[in-house]
Design a binder for this molecule. Structure first.
Ligand code: G6P
Length: 507
């Protein structure tokens, strides 16, 4: 099955010259001011950017997004990239960047309020953590309108420049839960102005089941916003089916679960599972070149996460504590290295989690530390790509145990970097999209602490042969289904839209 998917992707009829406008909350770099107040780009090293930016650059398209800083002067220009910048966004000329300039308070209500305070917990099936505040929703609407406005403007410019008026229309690709309303307005405005485009949406987080989704007071509007697209992508089929269910039950749409289609008015919307991958070969290279970082003979159990309550970090530390209680033979033999990357530090839930983690690390270390050893090494900060690759390469076990996660790329980056022989062991939660397809990993329910402790124990004592067989399979799959193959699968799905629309069958 996996081979099949890899082959299909490489044979795909993907139109690599497609003109694409990407619309995402963040631009593929952030802007910072240097000591003289001059704006500078700080490139993002993320896998998505690696795959998408070259397509945008090749087709001379645009990227619409927030630069990570509030630009007060409306005429201030986006700087070009640094001449030494070798990252994939370096070729993205400033004239092709469409920055969102919003009033800071409004943007805060949209981003920290509605996106991170409401949609993030709700879509991760944690409704008790979600706030439902009308003013945040109003800000969300306004900012989505702003994104739509800027995108339509970019479409107009592209349309003017276009020499071949009969060529394929540009693709507008809207990303993630920040922008679930934008597509519908882009469609309406483009239709009014008689500009052709194909619209797609991709959600990078889970789409929740109907009984969770409908808790959101304005859930119909969200669905209508997304259904403004021609194609809607999710990581896995479960999320596609949740979405289709919501369209049927909230809006009364006619749907086809077998072919993953939704009908709204006279339009048919294709829903597709498009599981994202990582830049596999890049990680292999990083792992080959990175210097060793662990100066310890102890086995390292590794966790790498944004500091986020969906990642199950508190559960993870408690499971590790349980391991030391139940299997004291690991005392002084293993360490847990947990890297927690600061995230959304303006949101109270995240500040509280930081406190809780600091205390828990202190308590567990206080309980088990001996004169020569401490069980947990805790890094609260960012780690460079080279160092990260060395951590991934030299760890004996990787713990990827979120309570809920759209996909989780750490699991995939870890296996890409596992070039040592014999390799380490991946432990993954079934509640991450990655857990759906990484069958040879050890599966661990993070809520069940005793079992989680046993799974870690099993990973630590797993024979070399078994580790090798499991890791070989995992690596092969990620190599075939890397982020470029995801990009090709997306373009192929966009290419075949017309045929799919004719297919709406039984409901
Ligand atoms: C998740 C989301 C992304 C987001 C990232 C970091 O992966 O799917 O859209 O960019 O988290 O969060 P932040 O709030 O810092 O953009």
């Amino acid at each position: 099955k996996d081979n099949d998917r890899g082959d299909r992707a490489s044979r795909s009829s993907c139109n690599s010259k497609a003109t694409m406008i990407v619309v995402s909350n963040r631009l593929p770099f952030i802007l910072k001011r240097d000591e003289n107040g001059v704006l500078q780009r700080k490139a993002s090293a993320g896998g998505l950017v690696t795959a998408v930016a070259p397509v945008v650059i090749r087709g001379q398209g645009n990227w619409v997004g927030w630069p990570g800083i509030h630009l007060e002067d409306p005429n201030e220009k986006i700087p070009e990239s640094d001449p030494n910048d070798k990252t994939p966004t370096a070729g993205l000329r400033s004239e092709k960047i469409v920055p969102i300039r919003a009033e800071p308070k409004l943007f805060d209500s949209y981003y920290n309020g509605c996106c991170n305070g409401t949609f993030w917990p709700l879509f991760h099936s944690m409704p008790d953590r979600a706030t439902f505040i009308a003013d945040h929703w109003k800000a969300y609407i306004k900012i989505n309108e702003e994104f739509a406005e800027k995108t339509v403007h970019a479409l107009h410019l592209l349309n003017k420049q276009k020499k071949d008026k009969n060529g394929s229309p540009p693709i507008v690709w809207v990303h993630d839960y920040h922008l679930m309303l934008a597509a519908n307005w882009i469609r309406q405005r483009a239709e009014e102005d008689e500009i052709k485009c194909k619209l797609a949406f991709f959600l990078h987080i889970p789409f929740p089941p109907w009984d969770i989704f409908r808790l959101f007071p304005w859930s119909d509007e969200v669905l209508q916003g997304i259904l403004g697209c021609d194609m809607v992508g999710f990581h896995i089929e479960d999320y596609c089916l949740n979405f289709i269910d919501c369209c049927q039950r909230n809006l009364g749409c006619r749907v086809d679960r077998k072919n993953l289609l939704v009908e709204l008015g006279d339009r048919t919307i294709c829903v597709r599972p498009l599981p994202i991958g990582v830049p596999y070969e890049r990680f292999v290279q990083l792992a080959q070149n990175a210097k060793p970082v662990f100066s310890t003979s102890q086995k390292v159990i590794l966790g790498v996460d944004r500091l986020d309550y969906t990642k199950g970090l508190v559960h993870r530390l408690k499971a590790f504590e349980r391991l030391l209680e139940k299997h004291p033979e690991h005392i002084e033999k293993v360490v847990l290295l947990q890297i927690s990357v600061p995230s959304r530090t303006d949101v109270k839930e995240y500040q509280d989690l930081k406190e809780e983690m600091d205390q828990l690390v202190g308590r567990i270390n206080g309980r088990f530390t001996t004169p020569n050893w401490s069980p947990i090494r805790y890094i609260y900060g960012c780690v460079g790509q080279d160092e990260l690759a060395a951590f991934y390469r030299d760890a004996a076990v990787a713990l990827v145990t979120p309570l809920r996660d759209g996909m989780n790329l750490v699991a995939k980056e870890f296996v890409a970097c596992q070039i040592n022989k014999p390799p380490g062991v991946l432990i993954v939660s079934p509640f991450a999209g990655a857990g759906e397809m990484m069958h040879e990993a050890l599966i661990c329910n993070p809520y069940e602490l005793d079992d989680a402790a046993e799974v870690i124990h099993r990973a630590l004592i797993m024979p070399e042969d078994e580790r090798t067989v499991r890791m070989n399979h995992l690596r092969r799959r990620e190599q075939l289904n890397d982020v470029d193959s995801w990009m090709k699968a997306f373009l192929k799905a966009m290419d075949s839209l017309e045929e799919e629309a004719d297919d709406l069958g039984a409901t």
